[in-house]
Each structure stands twice: as structure tokens, then as C-alpha cells.
Design a protein. Structure first.
Length: 499
């Protein structure tokens, strides 16, 4: 086996990289390999020292972190140490440490990880610092940190090398702390309402629960193709049938679709289902999650996103899709009953139906909304009563069988949540699955697959149920004011670089 620490040929390395490897080799030759150190006990962090200086003044502490700046010559050296709570200055004098330690620290590079033992004091310039009495090199950085890490080109590099992004742009970590806090808030909120968190399969023999193109893989032992889940809906509703009346799952979803500022092929959702509830109960939960999280994490129900001031105070606007199209497009589908007339009305305002879509009243209504209304929804708005053609898993409206009891939540032109009064009629569900199968045969590979086992489950009886899916990533974008989904996913999908 090759030596773990062996470096590539010198001719393949820049001089700067080679200098750092030479420093490491020297330490290893002297039996002082920093990578051999397995533990360092830290007693304090930069943030807590600075926040409570009176408590820490003259106290003995051990701190550790990455060297982000280094200055000074002669018999005194200053360095900025970065840890999870921020940065703190450390001060090393030749007469305060051993000669070996001082010599070693003079060779320390920006990017190295060091430990320091000493006492806390304030310099003549007023900066809170640690006067080192012992220093330890804990890890050698063999690559220099970038001096600047911004701009369009560098933003791509930031996504590809998130580890470097987090080192040199500490403010980036705040977005992911908020994301983590949001997920923690959701769990507390749902658990407080009597829900049980569950886990369902990522690999399935059918891809169902959403209109999306799946990723396909192959199980070698079973010798069958399988699909990475595009939703958690159908397994969760099986649990409702089984008597688990309030369930939710927070998990990764995979869809083989395009990438843009709002879409990543793998993303995180919460899906929840509550027996004896409907879409209006789901509205209350959606409001409670987002407004509550904003107050908890940001201290305000007002946020700024994509240049818009958003008010998350509960009591969000509710519009049926027919009302929304009438208000924003000027076409009143409420007075149209004929399919041909509906399609003509859509075309009259410049809206075209997809080639695979049936030329129906419902598809014409949805096309008008999708192409002309969604982009105008800024403040939180629930759009309700979707056409049955685009809602194959949703219960029909008792007042109009062309429509379903479904809503989508829109904030700042983005869909944030999707909820139903769940369809629990197995006969109606089979008919809708068959219709989806027809569309798939005509070339629409994003339609629902017929799931016989799910139909069998429904035949045992599912109570009236409300269900909702909410995108964690987009909610994190909202709460952090991020313009791209890549800013709230630690490792977004990226096209490989060409060699």
C-alpha cells in the first residue's frame, strides 16, 4: 500500500503547495506528525469568551480552531483563530512558550488548525485575546485558502466546494443553522399536535404520489428495476388505513427533472396526513408552521425574500382557482361549462394547453392559472379547488365534480405547499389511475403509475383524511432570504467538471 502521506510529483504541484508539504514532511521526520493527534480538549469558544469577558478575564482556557490570519514578527505573533462561534485573537510571545513551540508557530500557515492553552486578556487596542502558554498544531492545511471567494464564477465553486465556502464565508453557516432550526421547529410543532414521525421506503417498485419523472435503479439480487421515491404520499396513506391516524415524514425526495433556482433533483419535504381532517385543517397547519417558525427563529412574522416584503401573520388570503383566474386574467370559468368554449377562452388570452393534455374545461382553467396567475402571487395565498384532471389523488368537491378539494400555497411566486382532502373512494381512485395510465401511454412520463396495492389498501377503508406536502428547501429560502435553492442545500447537485 502506498504511504498515506505521500505527495504527488513535485512537478505537478505549485511551489506554494510543495512548501506546505515540505513543512509537514519535516514535522513527520521529527516524529511530531500533527495528523497523529487524536484528541484536543477545548474548554471555551470564541463567542462565549467575547460575550462574557468579565467572567473569562485572566481565566485559563483552551481554544482551538483554524488560523484565518497571522501577523507579527520578532518575538511576538498574533493570529486570528476561527471556531464554530466566530473568531478570537491569540497572542504568542517567545518568552511565554517553549522555543520549539514558538519556532513551530512561526511556520504555521493560514488554514492550519491549532490548539492554544493560555489566559484571556484584553490588548492595549481593546481586543479580547488569548495569551498562549502552549500551542499545538492539530492539522496541517496542505492547500491555501482563497483570498476572495465571491462573484458568479466563484459561486459555482462555492457550491462544489462547500467546505471551503463555510471556512471563508462564515455567514453562510447561518443559513444552514436556520434550516436546521426550521426542521427542529417542524418536529416540535407536529409532535405537539399528536403526530407520529415515521419512515417509508426510498426504493419502490412503483413511483407514485406525484406527477414527476423518477430516477431508475436496479436491484441485483431481485433482478428488478426500482424507482427512487418521488413522494412519500402513498405509503403514508397506507398507514392511515392501518389506524395510525396522524403521521408525518421528513425526508429526501428524488425527481429526475431540470435544475434551476427553485429545483434540485434531490430535495427535502415534510408530508403529513391526519384522519378526520380536510384541506382547511391543512391550511391551519401550514400557517402555523411558517408563521411560528419565523417568530421562533427570526423574531418577526415579516421577512424579505426576492426583494419583496412578506407578511407571514396568520390569516392568509384564500382564493379558488376560478376566482384567481377571473381576478388576474379576466376570464370567468365559473360561467363557462363547455370544454370547447373553455379552451377557446384560454387561447384568447394567449394560453396554450400541453400537447398531451385533454382539451377540457379543467385543463384550460389550470393552464390559465399556471401560465398567467402564479407569477403574480406575492403575499401568502392559498389557491383552492383544482381541476380533477391535475389532482388524481384528491377528493372531488361536493359542489362541483369537475373540481377537487385541493390547495397549493404560493409565496413570492413560488409554490410552498400542496394539500388535499384525500381521495378515499377506491373505485374513483382506480378510474383516475386508469386515466393517468392513458396519458402515460400518450407520452406523458410524469403521470401517476397505477398502484394495485394502494387500491387494495383503500378497499379496506380509509377515513376522511387531510394531507399536505411542504418543501423544506423553499421554506428555508424564504426564512433565510436566499435567491437560489443551492444556497440552502449543503451539497446541491452539480454537473461534473470536465477534466
Amino acid at each position: 500500500m502506498a504511504d498515506y502521506y505521500s505527495a504527488p510529483d513535485t512537478q505537478d504541484l505549485s511551489e506554494l503547495l510543495q512548501v506546505r508539504r515540505d513543512k509537514l514532511a519535516e514535522l513527520q521526520a521529527e516524529g511530531r506528525d500533527p495528523f497523529a493527534i487524536t484528541r484536543f480538549e477545548r474548554s471555551a469558544y470564541s463567542g462565549e469568551i467575547k460575550a462574557d469577558f468579565e467572567k473569562f478575564e485572566n481565566a485559563h482556557v483552551t481554544v482551538a480552531g483554524r488560523v484565518m490570519a497571522k501577523r507579527g514578527m520578532g518575538k511576538a505573533i498574533f493570529a486570528d483563530l476561527q471556531d464554530p462561534q466566530g473568531r478570537i485573537q491569540i497572542y504568542i510571545r517567545a518568552d511565554s512558550v517553549t522555543a520549539q513551540e514558538f519556532s513551530d508557530f512561526r511556520k504555521v500557515d493560514v488554514g492550519d488548525i491549532v490548539g492554544c492553552e493560555g489566559y484571556v486578556f484584553r490588548t492595549k487596542m481593546g481586543e479580547i485575546s488569548v495569551h498562549c502558554e502552549k500551542t499545538t498544531l492539530l492539522s496541517k492545511s496542505l492547500r491555501p485558502l482563497p483570498e476572495k471567494f465571491h462573484g458568479l464564477t466563484d459561486k459555482e465553486a462555492r457550491y462544489r466546494q462547500r467546505y471551503v465556502d463555510l471556512i471563508v464565508n462564515p455567514e453562510v453557516k447561518r443559513a444552514f443553522e436556520l434550516r436546521s432550526g426550521f426542521i427542529r421547529f417542524i418536529r416540535d410543532y407536529m409532535d405537539g399536535r399528536g403526530f407520529i414521525e415515521v419512515e417509508t421506503p426510498v426504493l419502490n417498485t412503483l413511483a407514485g404520489g406525484a406527477a414527476a419523472r423518477p430516477f431508475v435503479t436496479h436491484h441485483n439480487t431481485l433482478d428488478i428495476d426500482m424507482y427512487m421515491r418521488i413522494a412519500t404520499e402513498l405509503p403514508l396513506k397506507r398507514l392511515i388505513v392501518g389506524g395510525m391516524e396522524r403521521v408525518y415524514e421528513i425526508g429526501r425526495i428524488f425527481r429526475n427533472e431540470g435544475m434551476d433556482t427553485k429545483h434540485n433533483p434531490e430535495f427535502t419535504t415534510i408530508e403529513l396526513y391526519e384522519a378526520y381532517a380536510n384541506l382547511f385543517d391543512m391550511m391551519d397547519i401550514a400557517e402555523g408552521i411558517l408563521s411560528g417558525a419565523a417568530m421562533k427563529l427570526l423574531g418577526s412574522s415579516h421577512v424579505t425574500w426576492q426583494g419583496e416584503e412578506i407578511d407571514l401573520t396568520p390569516g392568509w388570503r384564500r382564493l379558488t382557482m376560478v376566482e384567481a383566474v377571473k381576478e388576474y386574467v379576466g376570464v370567468d370559468f365559473g360561467i363557462i361549462s363547455d370544454d370547447a368554449q373553455a379552451v377557446a377562452a384560454a387561447k384568447a388570452v394567449g394560453v396554450e394547453l400541453a400537447d398531451t393534455a385533454d382539451k377540457t374545461w379543467g385543463n384550460a382553467l389550470y393552464a390559465c392559472f399556471d401560465q398567467r396567475v402564479e407569477e403574480k402571487l406575492i403575499q401568502p395565498t392559498f389557491i383552492t379547488m383544482y381541476p380533477v384532471e391535475v389532482s388524481p389523488l384528491t377528493k372531488r368537491s361536493p359542489s362541483d365534480p369537475r373540481l377537487t378539494e385541493r390547495f397549493e400555497l404560493f409565496i413570492c411566486r413560488s409554490e410552498m405547499a400542496n394539500a388535499y382532502s384525500e381521495l378515499n373512494d377506491p373505485i374513483d381512485q382506480r378510474a383516475r389511475f386508469m386515466k393517468q395510465a392513458e396519458l402515460r401511454d400518450r407520452g406523458d412520463d410524469e403521470t401517476e403509475m397505477l398502484d394495485e396495492d394502494f387500491l387494495t389498501a383503500l378497499e379496506y377503508g380509509m377515513p376522511p383524511t387531510g394531507g399536505m406536502g411542504m418543501g423544506i428547501d423553499r421554506c428555508a429560502m424564504l426564512l433565510t432570504g436566499s435567491d437560489s435553492i443551492r444556497d440552502v442545500i449543503l451539497f446541491p447537485t452539480m454537473k461534473p467538471l470536465e477534466n
